[in-house]
Design a protein around this ligand. Structure first.
Ligand code: ZN
Length: 330
């Protein structure tokens, strides 16, 4: 039996009318960018989760695009949205992706600014997000999940602080799903050898892992000559600074050469399961205050990176303040 037998003419007319009739309750997975203000007002705000993909404009070496973190975050957000949408009575609004991260790989070697990353000062990022979540809170939203994967502790701390602000002022629940440790689903296997892992070393930026993730998320944007990339193997945390200082540093750590679609598929699907599982558990009652924050980590290289990010932020703040003062602008 074909479906078309069910869709007789009166039904078609009724469906067409429904599409144009004012909708009292808007539901499902919605893109904020595409909604009208009326649809926005008609949401059941306290049963709608706002998903906020947060990224950064940041160099990722010669093989990956500047917006890599944003693309990965957006991809994860779509998986989280699908998981929440399956829960009865919940809707999802996805915010436009915001590339407003703080800190960049150039900060591993202070004052080396040759790659062109465009990070914000941490306080600028916090202020932008505080304004946005205030608007969402005033509109009646009580649930916000950010997906902010950009690495520096300081970057994640800003998002965590905004979450605390939103919770305090609006009695809501805001969590950076990738800023807390959720011991949920993890990758089943590591589809590369121990030898490859050794060569990739402590690759926290644009190495085997991140290049593989992008082969899953946006393979069209991974430059094919990554297969010829020479290794920048970091064995100890303190080696980042020396590596990044060198004139020949290509802007990544590790071995993009060893990236594979198999590793990307495996790790991205595990990551998506982890954050989607966490999101659903939180709306089902898990208290996020129990979760350990990534930004509270004690990795010495990342703590040092935070210090250099703060120093550069102070220089930017000073330059801007002096110009404003000289021009008598409040
Ligand atoms: Zn990245």
């Amino acid at each position: 039996m074909q479906m078309s037998q069910y869709f007789n003419r009166p039904v078609h007319v009724a469906i067409a009318l429904l599409c144009f009739a004012p909708q009292p309750g808007v539901a499902g997975i919605l893109q904020l960018a595409d909604m009208t203000s009326e649809e926005y007002r008609n949401l059941q705000h306290d049963r709608t989760v706002v998903l906020m993909p947060l990224g950064v404009i940041e160099e990722h070496g010669p093989y990956l695009p500047m917006l890599t973190d944003s693309y990965i975050g957006e991809w994860l957000v779509d998986r989280v949205a699908a998981a929440i949408d399956e829960r009865d009575g919940w809707s999802v609004v996805i915010m436009p992706s915001l590339p407003i991260g703080a800190g960049a790989p150039e900060d591993f070697a202070p004052r080396a600014r040759k790659f062109g990353s465009l990070p914000l000062r941490p306080e600028t990022k916090r202020a932008v997000l505080m304004d946005l979540v205030s608007g969402l809170g005033d509109a009646g939203f009580r649930w916000i999940f950010a997906v902010d994967i950009h690495g520096p502790y300081l970057n994640k701390r800003m998002t965590d602080q905004v979450a605390s602000y939103f919770d305090d002022i609006y009695g809501g629940t805001m969590v950076n799903l990738t800023g807390v440790v959720h011991p949920g689903p993890v990758a089943k296997s590591r589809p590369y050898s121990e030898r490859d892992a050794q060569e990739d070393g402590l690759a926290i930026h644009a190495g085997l892992g991140e290049t593989s993730w992008m082969l899953h998320v946006r393979p069209d944007l991974v430059r094919s000559d990554h297969v010829t990339a020479s290794a920048v193997t970091i064995k100890r945390w303190r080696e980042y600074e020396a590596a990044a200082k060198g004139d020949n540093w290509p802007g990544y750590f590790g071995t993009p050469r060893l990236a594979s679609v198999a590793a990307g598929d495996d790790q991205m699907s595990a990551w998506a399961s982890n954050v989607a599982d966490l999101a659903v558990k939180i709306i089902d009652g898990l208290n996020p205050a129990q979760l350990e924050h990534v930004a509270a980590g004690r990795n010495p290289a990342l703590r040092r990176l935070d210090r250099f990010i703060s120093e550069r932020a102070a220089l930017m703040r000073e330059q801007q303040a002096q110009w404003l003062e000289r021009n008598e602008i409040d």
